[in-house]
Write a protein that binds this ligand. Structure first.
Ligand code: GAR
Length: 207
C-alpha cells in the first residue's frame, strides 16, 4: 500500500475526486495520508479534515525563495513517508530538488490537452480563457509526470472535452473538471500505485 501525499493551493475539487475514488475502490494499492497546502485557509484543507486526513499548511509567502520552499516541502514529504506525490491544483512552482527526491513518483493534473495551452502562465482559469480566445473546438485535461520542465513530463492519461457555443471560462472549466480531470486523475494515481506505468525515452507506457 503506497502513501499518497496531495499538494494543493485552492478549492480542492481534484482532492475530493481522489478521496471519493479511494473510498469507492477506484484507487488500488494507495491511501491518501496527507494534504499539504501552499495557502493558508485553502478549502482543500477543510476537505482533508472532513475525511480524517492530516492537513499541513506550508505558506509559500513564508519562504525567501523557491529553493528554500522546495526544501521545506521535500522535508515534509519525507517526514510523512510519502511514496507518491499528487499535484492537485498546486499553483506554486518548485525546483529540481523535489524531482530528484521523487523521480517518476509525482503526477500533475493540467486542465488542457498538453502540449497545447501549457507551461508558465497557463494555470487555472487562464487556461480556459486562452482556449476560448483561440477558438479551439476540443480541449480537455492531462495527467503527466512532474519533471524539471513545467508541464513537460511524460503524459500518462488524457481526455478530450468539447468546447460549446456560449461557453465562458468558468463554464468550460467546470466541464473539463467534471468530464476529464476528476476521472483521469484518480485513474492515473491508481496506475502509479500499482506500479503499472513505465517510462522509456520520455514516453509513459501503461501495462
Ligand atoms: C484544476 O482545474 C487544475 O487542473 C488546475 O487548477 C484547478 C484546481 O482546482 N491546475 C493547474 O492549472 C495547474 N497548472 P481544484 O483546487 O478544485 O482541484
Amino acid at each position: 500500500m503506497k502513501n499518497i501525499a496531495v499538494l494543493v493551493s485552492g478549492g480542492g475539487t481534484n482532492l475530493q475526486a481522489l478521496i471519493d475514488a479511494e473510498k469507492s475502490g477506484i484507487i488500488k494499492d494507495g491511501k491518501i495520508t496527507c494534504v499539504i497546502s501552499s495557502k493558508e485557509g485553502a478549502y482543500a484543507l477543510e476537505r482533508a479534515k472532513n475525511n480524517g486526513i492530516k492537513g499541513i499548511t506550508l505558506p509559500r509567502s513564508e519562504y525567501s525563495d523557491v529553493a528554500a520552499y522546495t526544501a521545506a516541502i521535500v522535508d515534509t514529504l519525507k517526514a510523512e513517508n510519502a511514496d507518491i506525490v499528487v499535484y492537485a491544483g498546486f499553483m506554486t512552482i518548485l525546483d529540481e530538488q523535489i524531482v530528484k527526491a521523487f523521480p517518476y513518483k509525482m503526477v500533475n493534473v493540467h486542465p488542457a490537452l498538453i502540449p497545447s495551452f501549457c507551461g508558465k502562465g497557463f494555470y487555472g482559469l487562464h487556461v480556459h480563457e486562452e482556449v476560448l480566445k483561440r477558438g479551439v473546438k476540443l480541449t480537455g485535461a492531462t495527467v503527466h509526470f512532474v519533471t524539471e520542465v513545467c508541464d513537460g513530463g511524460p503524459i500518462i492519461l488524457q481526455k478530450g472535452v468539447e468546447v460549446k457555443k456560449g461557453d465562458t471560462p468558468e463554464i468550460l472549466q467546470r466541464r473539463v473538471m467534471e468530464e476529464a480531470e476528476w476521472k483521469i486523475l484518480p485513474e492515473a494515481v491508481s496506475l502509479l500505485c500499482q506500479d503499472r506505468i513505465t517510462v522509456r525515452d520520455d514516453v509513459a507506457y501503461i501495462d
